[in-house]
Design a protein around this ligand. Structure first.
Ligand code: SAM
Ligand code: SF4
Length: 430
């Protein structure tokens, strides 16, 4: 989502006549797009701001955008007095006006309102990848997970109209994008504000029918709002990725209640049953937080047993990080940092074994990948529809680039995080 926000900001700047440069020291205006989901990300922003200022930053304009900007607001001017612009993502639709104030010599400009209506749509998005395009379908979040800054930094949920989304997807397909990734904090909370009132499953079907689009991905799905219709849509249309990222956070219903996640382990597992019962094989991935206040050894053991039960294809794991303005920040019974680290290591080890086992099962299978680039040893790298990374040497005697092409690759080796294979020709319809 942040990558896509940056694309929109870059597009807005280009439309105002700015040109993008290779390195910060060539720039007259430097914008930092920031994340405050965990404390470490936030600290990095301030250290980068100071470091660059010392080295080469004199006489330039600096802006801080994104969630740290929204969270810290004008305090940023105190911590980093050389900053000129502070704006949260809910104010990006006003970016042209904010920039114009900067350009006319204003030294302290802020955009900190949490707009309740508007989404940040811009005709000027400059997309980094010509084959895969991100489309935001819903902004903000109406949930209140006890650990999470997002509702405070990105505001309440606002869905874009389905007409608008389909139009953007059509234009992208005409411009050569073949993969669309629908984005939102909780994509499946999508509610079409237009008269046709589509839900997320209907939107998926609509985007999946656009000529020229070969893959539709979506992230993130919230378990509470995850309906069987979404699985049925994936089953009905092979253009929809057979991959669902369904963050569980913990395997213990007690911890889930403390986190205010709005589902129990059993309810979550019901969704997993739907996914596993689909006609197509659907890859399932998740997010886990270890060391939430009060998480006992028994709670943690339940998370480990959930990994064994679901057998995720991959997961993002985090140590709980207390965040300002969140319900959990004042909870007692904090877990010591070393204990969080220990649990994280155990979790990752357990998951690594599962991934090795699951990836090994794919050896000898034929996969279609969209080629995204080359790895450090010069092999092509692509992604399968279920989002697995597959490396393969280029076809012999074929000098032309495979970038952006759909090709078939036979899997020959499997590691915990990626697969390796042999080129087996261009995919059908390429
Ligand atoms: N909306 C998505 C959901 O509810 O599943 C998640 C969005 S959040 C930006 C991405 C992930 O960051 C979460 O799934 C969670 O695992 C992690 N995260 C959020 N707040 C955190 C915190 N305070 N400490 C550690 N991890 C956190
Ligand atoms: Fe954060 Fe929870 Fe909203 Fe996800 S659903 S963004 S974790 S508050």
């Amino acid at each position: 989502m942040n990558v896509h926000d940056s694309e929109k900001v870059v597009g807005t700047l280009l439309a105002r006549g700015y040109a993008q440069v290779e390195t910060p020291d060539q720039a007259a205006l430097i914008l930092y797009n920031t994340c405050s989901i965990r404390d470490k990300a936030e600290q990095k922003v301030f250290s980068r701001l100071q470091q660059f200022r010392r080295e080469a930053g004199k006489g330039r304009l600096f802006g801080v955008l994104g969630c740290v900007a929204q969270q810290e607001g004008e305090r940023i001017f105190e911590r980093a007095p050389h900053v000129n612009l502070v704006a949260g993502s809910a104010s990006y639709s006003q970016l042209p006006q904010l920039l114009s104030r900067l350009e006319s010599g204003d030294h302290r400009v802020t955009g900190l309102g949490l707009d309740r209506e508007e989404t940040f749509e811009t005709p000027f998005t400059r997309r980094d990848n010509p084959y895969r395009a991100y489309i935001t379908i819903i902004e903000g979040c109406d949930k209140a997970c006890a650990y999470c800054v997002v509702p405070a930094t990105r505001g309440p949920e606002r869905s874009r109209s389905s007409h608008n989304i389909l139009e953007e997807a059509r234009q992208l397909a005409e411009a050569g994008s073949t993969e669309i990734q629908l984005l939102g904090q909780n994509v499946n909370s999508y509610r079409d504000p237009s008269a046709r009132q589509w839900d997320f499953a209907a939107l998926l079907m609509g985007v999946g029918e656009i000529p020229g689009i070969r893959r539709v991905r979506f992230t993130t799905s919230h378990p509470r709002d995850f309906s069987k219709d979404i699985v049925d849509a994936i089953d009905a249309n092979p253009v929809l990725a057979n991959h669902v990222h369904l963050p569980v956070q913990s395997g213990s219903s007690r911890v889930l209640a403390a986190m205010q996640r709005l589902y129990t382990r059993e309810e979550y597992l019901r969704r997993i049953e739907w996914l596993k019962g689909a006609r197509r094989k659907i890859s399932i991935t998740t997010d886990i937080i270890v060391g939430f206040p009060g998480e006992t050894e028994a709670d943690f053991a339940e998370t480990l047993s959930l990994l064994d039960e679901v057998e995720y294809d991959s997961l993002f794991s985090f140590k709980y990080s207390p965040r300002p303005n969140t319900p959990a920040v004042n909870l007692e019974d904090r877990i010591p940092e070393e204990e969080k680290t220990r649990r994280l290591m155990i979790l990752n080890e357990r998951q690594r074994a599962i991934q090795i086992r699951r990836n090994t099962e794919l050896i000898e299978s034929l996969k279609e990948v969209l080629v995204e680039g080359r790895n450090a040893s010069g092999q092509w790298v692509g992604r399968t529809l279920e989002n697995r990374v597959l490396n393969f040497p280029g076809p012999d005697g074929n000098g032309h680039s495979l970038l952006g092409q759909y090709v078939r690759v036979r899997v020959t080796r499997a590691g915990p995080n990626s697969l390796a294979g042999e080129y087996a020709g261009l995919a059908l319809g390429t």
